[in-house]
Design a protein. Structure first.
Length: 150
């Protein structure tokens, strides 16, 4: 497999392609068990895949000041945990699917962002969970927005 300029989006199933000064690091998408792998590609050369552990994965991440990488991992784990909690009907249909179908999904999700942000700090023991829920609904609002504006 060769990798050239403009091929960044050719890799389906990959969550991010990071340009590290002319070299690309392609990280796998979806929940993966460690060790994960990293594919490094210099444009015009053959791709090279290496097996990574958590420390090596961290090394490919920019040094963010506010621990965003850790928080993103926690957020991903939270989202994954919600899929076993949803009320799902036949054919894996959720209430949110019906709301999206009525073209009211973005507003519904933004309303929930406001709800959980306003509730933050008022329900003892749920402060952190309220923020995670607000973030999740913000992401769902982005999903619906992007889907409708493609």
């Amino acid at each position: 497999m060769r990798f050239g300029k403009g091929k960044e989006n050719e890799y389906s199933g990959m969550s991010s392609v990071r340009d590290l000064g002319g070299e690309y690091v392609i990280l796998p998408d979806g929940p993966t068990a460690w060790p994960a792998h990293r594919t490094t590609v210099v444009p015009g050369t053959e791709a090279k895949t290496t097996v990574l552990g958590p420390a090596a994965m961290e090394a490919t991440t920019p040094a963010w000041k506010y621990e965003e990488e850790r928080l993103l991992r926690e957020f991903r784990e939270y989202i994954e945990s919600t899929y076993s909690q949803h009320y799902v009907g036949e054919d894996n249909v959720q209430s949110l699917d019906l709301i999206f179908a009525t073209k009211r999904g973005e507003g519904f999700c933004v309303g929930n962002v406001m709800k959980y942000a306003a509730r933050h700090g008022k329900k003892k023991g749920a402060e952190r969970l309220d923020l995670l829920k607000a973030m999740h609904y913000a992401m769902l609002a982005l999903y619906d927005f992007d889907k409708r504006h493609r």
